[in-house]
Design a protein around this ligand. Sequence first.
Ligand code: GDG
Length: 482
Amino acid sequence: MAGRLIVVSNRIPTEGATAGGLAVALHDSLSGTGGIWIGAHPEVGPEESLFEIGDGPYQRLAFQLSRSEYENYYLGFSNCVLWPLFHRRSDLVVLKSAYLQEYLSLNRRLANMVAEVARPDDLIWVHDYHLLPLAHYLREQGVAAKIGLFLHIPFPALADLSILPDPSIFAEWLASYDLLGLQTQADTARCLEMYRADERAEFFQDGSIKFRDRLVRVKSFPIGIAVDAFQSLADYSTGNPFGAEQPQEYIIGVDRLDYTKGLPNRFRAFGEYLHDYAEGRRPSLIQIAPPTREVVEAYRQITEELEELSGRINGRYAELDWTPIRYIHRPIARDRLAGIYRGARACLVTSLADGMNLVAKEYVAVQIPDDPGVLILSRFAGAAEDMTDALLVNPYDIDEVAKAIDTALNMPAEERIARHRSCMAAVQATDVGRWTKHFLAALIASQGRLAISSGKHDRHSRIGEERPEPRQVKFQHVEKSI
Ligand code: GDG
């Protein structure tokens, strides 16, 4: 890698929190290049500049969100506009002009701070929907370094974008990146559809899009987990992860309590399974659902709905020595989680829309290969694009999910083993270490700015590195090349 890696995300990993797969995967690239991770931190710090937190093998620079930025940029535009819109829940979008204004001003403020530390040969890797316009503002600041974006959530449908006052801004923001990384090929197709509808965009045979004076490459990079590390967690989680009362037979669900995860239908389907199929069998559904974004109204509503549904189903079916749904509305330690996954006869993932869904991969990774449990996976999770041998279900169809629970719990060992082997191959192929390498290699290979630039803002004057324009072709050839 030429220069340093600079990762920018909404939140910076902190010592207190367990390191997630992404932080683990980026550790080597950051440490090896004297890299920097930049993100928001709850600590009080100076308002206009980045401040350093902690010691470590790479630098961590934090910025602070004001109360108003937290409300309008984070809760507002990021989580009451972009999150529902990108997850096909336009009905939950709340439009307020202050949301967009502060989303833009935070991104501009952050770009100014990042521009202070960035050098022309750095690679800047921006993460997720909170920071879509960051590259646009970095370019305004004259930053010429290569900038990539990875979007962890689904790319929206063109029709859904039209509920925004100015849907065309997305094409503009995103074209300031050199590389747009999306989770799936379906996301890539939706992104290309957006550019196809925009007369400012031209398409090239190598899969890039020319927009004004820039070339942007759009490609899918399905994210995965740190397979070996997660398997080790399950191996070393000794004893009974439940404590005293381990259920005999159980199905596991693990999700941040979010309306995109299809939890009410999951509970209904389990209730229907108990009614129609269980026949004397007494499996439990262990649902771990730590709270997130509770101050947003839509999250309050779903919390109430789940309490009501689990109460009703347990009231109807529970016995003195059996609780059908164990609904745990708080986080569980990661090593216990790995042990709980391993003992589950099935895992239920019922997302109505989901960028990837790492829970599906974690579950498969820790199964015992000669006696594995069965993954029941929504066809609307990104993971379904590769894990085609999971039991794929339509999460809107409660009957179908109830039937899939029955199929999973009665599946012969031979079929379980074959399905698991196939899903495990997908988990291995997308290991987060490989994923990081693929993304960074594609970013290094990306084309960047075209020769036609005026370069008037070009602080790092990289115009000398311009490349010839690729041959322009008709769009229908392009789709095949991606
Ligand atoms: C976004 C996209 C995409 C959950 N509860 C506990 C806990 N977790 C961990 C799981 C898993 C992670 O949280 C959830 O990851 P997902 O991928 O399922 O979902 P999002 O949080 O929505 O993530 C998603 C992902 O980004 C990556 O690109 O796949 O589509 O929405 O790792 O294990 N961990 C612990 N206790 C819990 O109670 N320790």
